[in-house]
Write a new protein. Sequence first.
Length: 263
Amino acid sequence: MGVIGWPVNHSLSPSMHNAAVRALDLDWAYLTFPIHPDRVADAVRGLFAAGCSGLNVTIPHKQAVIDCCSSVSLAVEAIGAANTLIPDGDGGMTGDNTDAEGFLRALDEAAPLDLDGAEVLMIGAGGAARAVAFALRGRGAHLRVANRTEEKAAALGEVVPFTRRDMEDAAASAALVVNTTSLGMGSDVIPAELPLDSLGASTVAYDLVYRSEPTPWLVAAALQGALVVDGAGMLLHQGAAAFRQWTGVEPPLDAMRAGLRSR
Ligand code: NAP
């Protein structure tokens, strides 16, 4: 098993998957493969020909690998990107995207919500947002989207202008507010762009940004009484969904969680 990307050394997946391998005492290993964009198809076919039992795919290859697949899941069709490849035993491979499943499992675990007909404000409209939008639409949520580049928001839901005031108004009536942007990733300051004043006890605030500490936005939302969900759960559950498909074995979530924390 392994992950392809360019670059890929920063990936947290090896810590998580190798912890699972150790916990289950499997004779497997999860490796990183830095693959230049010009060599993606050759590399993927070569790795599977050499007996690799499954691959994760990260930036910038998530779209390019779709052309290598003999079949793709509904999630890949809807999201337009694959993060998981599963060999089919006949020399072909199936592409899947486990981010949507990971997003929902983490939400159900930390803050179960009846999403059918629920108002949701999603901030951001990049690759992760497409997976979140697919997940939320599947649960019947009414999705409103604010993004710096407004045209991208329009492709995913009802547009909310990317101003703090408009986002505060939309957040006030939302059961769930999701930050899918990278805002808040490398700083200890609450990003001024994100809504905060309108979040309270009737809101779930979900930040996809993954850090070892909760993001400043989530800390502030929790102080106002909101139930908060951080990006660690999504990372764990998207990986677990891939592991399940590669091995046919139920992933050891506690070991994988500990593997992630050890990074
Ligand atoms: P992406 O495709 O590059 O999209 C980035 C998004 O952030 C876009 O909506 C972009 O707006 C917005 N953005 C970036 N800088 C901004 C700024 N300074 N001001 C306002 N908006 C800004 O990236 P992605 O793959 O969707 O990832 C987004 C975040 O989600 C990252 O932090 C990533 O680590 C996280 N993520 C977490 C998980 C997990 O499992 N926890 C999974 C996937 C992604 P424009 O469209 O205007 O550029």
